[in-house]
Design a protein around this ligand. Structure first.
Ligand SMILES: [Zn+2]
Length: 418
């Protein structure tokens, strides 16, 4: 068993059977079908990258690998899957037992081919799809001390962003503020009511996306290809290399939500509406390209369709017991909202990450469906000053955009498997 675990660490592949059936009959006798779980974007230390195209079997298209049987004298390799005998092309002429190409080294069961003329990111149809997009959604209903921690963590994160990435900022409390970072002269924001969910059409209308252009018929998903100009997109999403100043100055000015909170009440926090606005904005600007909404939340949502508790402090937040007894009045409505948001984000190809930093609950039980279905991250800490939060945020960006796997595609290019 240890041997298979080692192979799993090496290749990121787990299979229910570690022996392939020899015949069709044996294959059909297997109760659990032959399958493999592959770990995409698994980091491989010392992964060899070969600067040429893989050599494929002429019958089944599988790739030359260390399990192939090689006849060095006849310059022939036998495919281990279909037993087809294949001739080596002229560039493998000097092959011998002492002089093996890297793909035949026994330890190289996983290798990467990178060859000119096939750039994986260029196959995508949208022009903006190669730049990763980060939309920060920041809670301002937090005490000044937490605000300061969050400001400093965010401005550090901005320095770590890949240069080609696009960045946007939304802040929220009682209301939702979409910051127009591309408007250089003075800070400019669009404000949305927190208690009401906004549709994409309303958002586009409100933010005057169609000021100079005819409005699209209802129901059409607007995108960079059909309607929105690059100009209107660049009002809200700026390249990380130019937005440092604009973003830092907004963050510096960022204040705690100005609305007074009576002592017997919770702050009005419209987390769900803010996330919905972020999703609609990304859906309008960069549909189908790699984007993440990174939500920084410091307490329970009390306003809008995803509220988890009322504003009245005398009413406690639902507990496990309440969920078991089915006596959490806000729970199902919030979960339904976040299921809808998850569906929208999956359709757009976007990810939701949640950084929940509070001593109180923030409603991860309701929100998690949107994070899980979009492949996002959840980080829980008690404060934005805690090292769990700061280190996690730093690691997201230090891993580099390739490792984030934004809007990646997996192609299974082995058409035949016996
Ligand atoms: Zn073959």
């Amino acid at each position: 068993m240890a041997e298979f675990l080692e192979l799993e660490t090496q290749d990121g592949v787990r299979m229910p059977w570690n022996v392939l059936p020899g015949t069709k009959q044996e294959a059909s006798n297997c109760v659990v079908p032959i399958s493999a779980i592959y770990t995409p974007i698994k980091p491989f230390p010392n992964l060899p990258v070969l600067p040429y195209a893989p050599l494929r079997c002429r019958t089944c298209c599988s790739v030359l690998n260390p399990f192939s049987i090689v006849d060095f004298a006849a310059k022939i390799w036998i495919c281990p899957f279909c037993f087809q005998r294949n001739h080596f092309p002229p560039q493998y002429e000097s092959i011998s037992e002492e002089h093996l190409p890297a793909e035949l080294f026994p330890q190289y069961t996983t290798i990467e081919y990178e060859y000119p003329g096939e750039n994986p990111s260029s196959s995508s149809s949208s022009s903006s799809s190669s730049s990763p997009v980060f939309m920060f959604v920041v809670d301002t209903c937090i005490i000044e001390e937490e605000m300061a921690f969050l400001r400093s963590a965010l401005s550090q994160a901005i320095d770590l962003l890949p240069d080609n990435s696009l960045v946007g900022l939304i802040t929220f409390g009682t209301l939702v503020y979409v910051h127009e970072l591309g408007f250089g002269q003075l800070p400019k924001t669009y404000v949305f009511k927190g208690s009401k969910d906004v549709s994409k059409e309303q958002l586009l209308e409100h933010m005057s996306f169609f000021l100079k252009k005819p409005k699209l018929p209802a129901g059409v998903i607007a995108g960079s290809r059909d309607g929105l100009s690059c100009e209107s997109i660049s009002r809200f999403l700026l390249p990380a290399s130019d937005c440092g100043f604009a973003l830092n100055s907004v963050l510096e000015e960022l204040q705690k939500d100005p609305w007074q909170v009576p002592t017997d009440q919770r702050a009005t926090r419209c987390t769900s509406t803010a996330l919905s606005v972020a999703a609609c904005l990304l859906g309008a600007c960069v549909p189908g390209s790699g984007a993440r909404i990174m939500a920084f939340v410091g307490g329970p949502s009390t306003e809008g369709p995803g509220a988890i508790v009322s504003k009245n402090l005398s009413e406690p937040i639902r507990s496990h017991k309440d969920l078991d007894k089915d006596s959490a009045p806000y729970y199902y409505k919030a979960v339904r909202f976040y299921e809808g948001l998850a569906k929208q984000l999956v359709h757009q190809g976007h990810v939701l990450d949640l950084f929940a930093c509070a001593l109180d609950q923030v409603g991860v039980a309701e929100l998690k469906v949107s994070v899980e279905r979009t492949g996002g991250l959840v980080v829980l800490a008690e404060s934005f000053g805690h090292s769990v939060f700061k280190d996690s945020l730093r690691r997201v960006f230090q891993s580099g955009d390739n490792d984030l796997g934004l809007s990646a595609k997996i192609e299974d290019d082995v058409p035949y498997f016996p």
